[in-house]
Design a binder for this molecule. Sequence first.
Ligand code: ADP
Ligand code: ADP
Length: 226
Amino acid sequence: TALLEAHDLTLSFGETPALRGAGLAVDAGEVLAIMGPSGSGKSTLLHCAAGILTPDAGEVHFDGRRIDTLGEAERSALRRDRFGFVFQFGQLVPELTAEENVALPLLLSGTRRAAALAQARPWFARLGLDGLEGRRSGELSGGQAQRVALARGLVTRPRVLFADEPTGALDSLTGEQVMELMVDAARGQGTAVVLVTHEARVAAYADREVIVRDGRSTALSTGVAS
Ligand code: ADP
Ligand code: ADP
């Protein structure tokens, strides 16, 4: 079975059905793109797969274990220890330096400051951010900020990186650079990526695609070797 698998998910917000039988599957080292029109349920599917939202029905399994029925404390520990996250905007703490932002997930899981910063540092060379370690993150360009966010999402070496429209706020060249770095860095450490995008150009980096329409999903293989 896959590293992360969700099936038959349904979820309504009040009277609004967001998911009506959606699912996904991704293996270690693979990139999965969740595609579909705005409002179709892509983010909700990602949030359910990541244990942020609890589906009304259906199941989510991670690493051989059912996770949608875990309590909030256990899911929060799972998100902190096994998952990484990258979103579209506003995810860095502007008053902290770039390096402190990258180290944040390590600090939150109890790593000492010096050790956390030492683990954060190699990401700057890896993502083309040399020299920006001490910059306040509010003073970074959009593409730089998104690469810092990517480093922060990967610094704990998560089993799965969840990325919701990670290039949505970037111009297309910068977006492609971020996608390339994300895919290489994730593959390099065996991290699976679950990516929400409405751009075919971004989905082209994926090994597999799930198309979501009106809360229902269809799995496609893009034919790219994984
Ligand atoms: P997508 O990511 O494909 O744009 P979403 O998963 O964000 O779609 O939303 C699916 C549907 O659920 C939409 O109709 C949206 O308005 C609704 N929805 C999403 N989140 C909430 C929420 N927190 N409260 C109420 N409705 C929501
Ligand atoms: P996305 O690009 O991720 O689909 P949205 O603008 O649809 O972004 O949603 C942004 C946030 O607002 C999400 O956390 C989503 O759950 C929430 N949201 C979306 N639609 C609604 C809604 N109709 N009512 C309340 N919250 C919503």
